[in-house]
Design a binder for this molecule. Structure first.
Ligand code: WQD
Length: 316
C-alpha cells in the first residue's frame, strides 16, 4: 500500500511510519521539521509546510506521482498552553493545514484518511469513562481545532472521502528508544526531564475529587496508539468519518505515575504540590468499547510498560 504520512518525523507519526515500513508498505512523509526530528525518519521524506498556500499544488502532485492510496494526518500544533496564548496561530496551522490537505486530496482523488484527533475535544466531561457519544465541548483552542478538523472531514464525504478520526488520550512511552518523545510537554517526559535536572517534580493540585486527590488520566503506550492507526486503514472505504477513542480504558493518577517512575528509576526524587492548573478535568478516561468492537483493537501495554520504555529511552 502507498501511504503518505504528514508529520512522519513526529513522536507518534514516526512510530506509525516504522510499523508501516516494517510491514512492507511504501511510505512517504511530509514534514517541515518545525517540531519533528529528521533522524526519526526512515522513509522517503519531503519538506513541506501544510499551511503554506503553495502546499496545495505540491501535495496534489505528490499524491498523484506516488500513487498514494491512504493519507495519515499527524502534522499539527499540539500544545494546549501555547494554543491559549496564540489561538490564531493554532487555527491557521491546524485548520489551514488540514484545509490544504483535503483540497489536495480531493484534486488528486485520494479518498482515504486517518486523522489524528484528541480527547481534548471533550473538554471537561463529567463522566466515569468518556464515550464517542459524549458532549464535545473543548475548553482550549487546541481542542477546538481538533473538533473543527473532524467537522471538516465530515463535510468531505460530499466528494467521497472515507475517514477515521482517532481521539487520542494521554500517549506516552517509546516503541523504540530513538523514537521517544523528546519534548518535555506532558507529565511523563516532564518528570523524566526534571529528574535529569535534579529538580523537584510538581503535582498540579492534590485536592481533586479522586482517591488520592490528584488528576486521573488514561495513559496509552505510543505503540498501542500506532497500531490503532494501522488497524484504522482496514476500516476505510465507505464515505464518511468514523470517530474512535483510543485509550486503555484504565485511569492512573499523577501520584500513581510518580510512584511508578520512582520504582522503575530507583530514584526517590522530590515532589512538590503546586496549585491546580486551569482547565484540568479531575478525570479523563476513555471508554474504548467502540474501537475494540469494530477494530478488534485492544491496548497491550499498561502504565508499567509505558514508564519502563520511557525510562529506557531516556537512559539510552
Ligand atoms: C497530565 C496530568 C496535569 C505536568 C494534554 C492535552 C491533550 C493531549 C495530552 C494531545 C494533568 C498533571 C502535568 C506536571 C502535573 N495532547 N501534571 N505536573 O493535560 O491530560 O492532556 O496532553 O492530544 O490534548 O490536553 O496531559 O501530560 O499535560 O497532564 O501534575 O509537571 O498531569 O495537571 O492532570 P493533559 P498532561
Amino acid at each position: 500500500m502507498n501511504v503518505l504520512v504528514t508529520g512522519g518525523a513526529g513522536y507518534i507519526g514516526s512510530h506509525v511510519v516504522r510499523l508501516l515500513s516494517e510491514s512492507g508498505n511504501y511510505v512517504i512523509s511530509v514534514d517541515d521539521l518545525s517540531t519533528g526530528i529528521g533522524d526519526r525518519l526512515d522513509c522517503e521524506a519531503v519538506d513541506l509546510t501544510l499551511e503554506d498556500p503553495t502546499s496545495i499544488k505540491r501535495l496534489t502532485d505528490l499524491l498523484v506521482e506516488k500513487n498514494i492510496e491512504v493519507v495519515i494526518h499527524f502534522a499539527a500544533r499540539k500544545q494546549v498552553g501555547e494554543s491559549v496564548e496564540k489561538p490564531e496561530f493554532y487555527f491557521q496551522s491546524n485548520i489551514g493545514g488540514l484545509a490544504n490537505l483535503l483540497t489536495a486530496m480531493r484534486q488528486a482523488e485520494v479518498k482515504k484518511l486517518v486523522f489524528s484527533s484528541s480527547a481534548a475535544v471533550y473538554g471537561m466531561p463529567d463522566v466515569e469513562k468518556v464515550t464517542e457519544l459524549d458532549k464535545t465541548e473543548p475548553i482550549n483552542p487546541y481542542g477546538q481545532t481538533k473538533l473543527v478538523g473532524e467537522w471538516m472531514i465530515n463535510n468531505a464525504s460530499v466528494w467521497g472521502l472515507s475517514a477515521v478520526s482517532l481521539r487520542y488520550f494521554n500517549v506516552a512511552g517509546a516503541g523504540w528508544p530513538e523514537l521517544a518523545d523528546k519534548q518535555a510537554l506532558n507529565l511523563i517526559p516532564i518528570i523524566l526531564d526534571r529528574i535529569e535536572r535534579g529538580e523537584s517534580v510538581l503535582v498540579f493540585g492534590d485536592n481533586y475529587p479522586t482517591d488520592d486527590g490528584s488528576c486521573i488520566r488514561d495513559y496509552i503506550h505510543v505503540l498501542d496508539l500506532a497500531r490503532a492507526h494501522i488497524d484504522a486503514i482496514d476500516q476505510l472505504g465507505e464515505p464518511g468519518n468514523q470517530v474512535y477513542n483510543v485509550g486503555t480504558g484504565e485511569g492512573s493518577s499523577v501520584f500513581e505515575v510518580i510512584a511508578e517512575i520512582k520504582k522503575v528509576s530507583g530514584i526517590d526524587f522530590d515532589v512538590e504540590i503546586a496549585g491546580p492548573r486551569a482547565g484540568d478535568p479531575p478525570k479523563l478516561v476513555a471508554s474504548n468499547a467502540k474501537i475494540s468492537k469494530e477494530f478488534g483493537w485492544k491496548a497491550e501495554f499498561g502504565l508499567s510498560e509505558i514508564v519502563n520504555s520511557a525510562w529506557k529511552a531516556k537512559e539510552s
